[in-house]
Design a protein around this ligand. Sequence first.
Ligand code: NAI
Length: 262
Amino acid sequence: NPRAMAARDSHAGRRVLVTGAANGIGRAIALGFAARGATVGVADLRAEDVARAVAEIEAAGRGKAVGLTVDVADYIALEAAAGEAANAMGGTFDTVINNAGISPKHEGVAHKVWEMDPAEWRRVVDVNLTGTFNTIRLLSGSMRAAQRGWIVNTSSVAGKTYSPIVACHYAATKSAIIGFTKHLAAELGPYGIRVNALAPGRIETPMVRGVAPEINEEQVRLTPMARLGQPEEVADVALWLTSAESSFVTGQTVDVAGGLYM
Ligand code: NAI
């Protein structure tokens, strides 16, 4: 089947940085890119998680992986880690999937603005928004020079409409990602770089498994497809947004939500 063969190699030769790649959606994206022949930079906070994710990709027997133990909020650390990865890979990243994100709650409940610790607000902005800026600030120069590049950011349905199950810092950063993505698509489009975002609905990951079952049951009830999404279903859209099959798509935020909020 020639189409299946082409899909198998759709990302061959690409160097893809995936942040938050040790768990959940990021892990599925990293495995998906490796399965399509890419070299994957697995970035996450803890060395042992990064090592496990790298080993998992290597065990799958397709693509290659390099580990980056880094906090995406730390620009200097990211620059150093990406430099080491570029040496190991023989070139810099041409594709970035900004997936790392946090959604703090208080004992599983979305707390209100008047209950929010200002330091927690800053941390969510630093990871979810500034972390996304940091990788793009760092890597868009080499992408411009190469006249090609692919960037996928991670918003959320909670960035498009009010969601009672997240707190205001999370909603604010996920809304900001949508506008940031449009602006960058305009700045970088002339250089052959496409910038898009994903807006997942309720996806079955460690982030979502950590809440009371009633919360997920209610989200399933609100989802026309009547189930949680799987991380691989988000990964498939990230693969599409960075493939030749989406060559005229930029500045878009694509819902992967089973119809939750339309
Ligand atoms: P998760 O919590 O299961 O995994 C996130 C990964 O990111 C973890 O491995 C974590 O260690 C890493 N990470 C967190 N902060 C980091 C930092 N500062 N630097 C580097 N790595 C860091 O999360 P999940 O569910 O896989 O979510 C991934 C993305 O998708 C997030 O941006 C989240 O906001 C977004 N999202 C998830 C939804 C869901 O239902 N699971 C719905 C909508 C959006």
